[in-house]
Design a protein around this ligand. Structure first.
Ligand code: GLN
Length: 219
């Protein structure tokens, strides 16, 4: 990335945090680096393992993994409250797969039964493992509202949003299930944009970060 100009939106290079306590962290870091490189942008990618790091970030990614474990560790490390504070400040937050589950304010019976900790950053109800066991992982050409052609989306034991408040913008659906949605600064994606070479979902998230950095006091 040498020789490329640093982002100058607010003078400092963008700092993007990736929650790195469990799940597909390295895939997220690599796909983010690739998306930035493709756009000729430089950013500092910071892995978040303990409290104290989220407040330094301009944006945060919550990767997929195992949502119950992730939720428990977020609380144990004190990262959950920092994420709530960051979201209140309008910091862009993207959750993928298990990360989408964590963003929700409510979940189905499986979420309740497993005492799943939820961050409650989005006015949505999620259904964990929404596509059933016999259909655990699949790829599909998905129409996404923000993209001008279909996106090859990889689903692995994916959740879906089954109810969404009126402030939630639905970005993609499969049948009656919402698989991508946005509420202000929070972006939830049921599939894995970090597992394909199509960077357009990352570009969208990078645009959300640029927008926030260009008007830091609006959210
Ligand atoms: N089904 C998983 C869970 O409920 C999420 C799967 C994933 O993130 N790939 O935690």
């Amino acid at each position: 990335m040498d020789g490329k100009p640093a982002s100058t939106f607010s003078g400092l290079m963008m700092r993007i945090g990736v929650v790195a306590i469990q799940g597909d962290v390295s895939e997220h870091v690599e796909s983010l680096e690739r998306a930035l490189d493709e756009q000729g942008e430089r950013a500092k990618i910071i892995t978040i393992k303990h409290s104290g790091t989220v407040p330094e970030c301009d944006a945060v990614i919550l990767p997929g993994g195992e949502s119950t474990t992730l939720g428990r560790l977020l609380v144990q490390e004190g990262i959950d409250d920092e994420l709530r504070q960051a979201s209140k400040r309008g910091i862009p937050i993207m959750g993928t797969c298990a990360g989408m589950i964590l963003l929700a304010k409510a979940g189905n019976s499986l979420v309740k039964r497993t005492h799943q900790h939820l961050l409650g950053l989005m006015d949505v109800t999620v259904n964990r493992n929404a596509f059933g066991r016999q259909y655990e992982s699949f790829e599909t050409e998905l129409d996404v509202d923000t993209l001008d052609s279909p996106y090859n989306a990889v689903f692995i034991r994916a959740p879906a949003i089954v109810e969404a408040g009126e402030d939630v913008r639905v970005l993609a659906m499969i049948d009656d299930k919402i698989v991508a949605a946005q509420q202000n600064n929070v972006l939830a994606i049921a599939f894995h944009p970090e597992l394909t070479r199509d960077s357009r979902m990352h570009y969208y998230f990078l645009d959300m970060i640029r927008e926030k950095r260009s008007s830091p006091h609006s959210d």
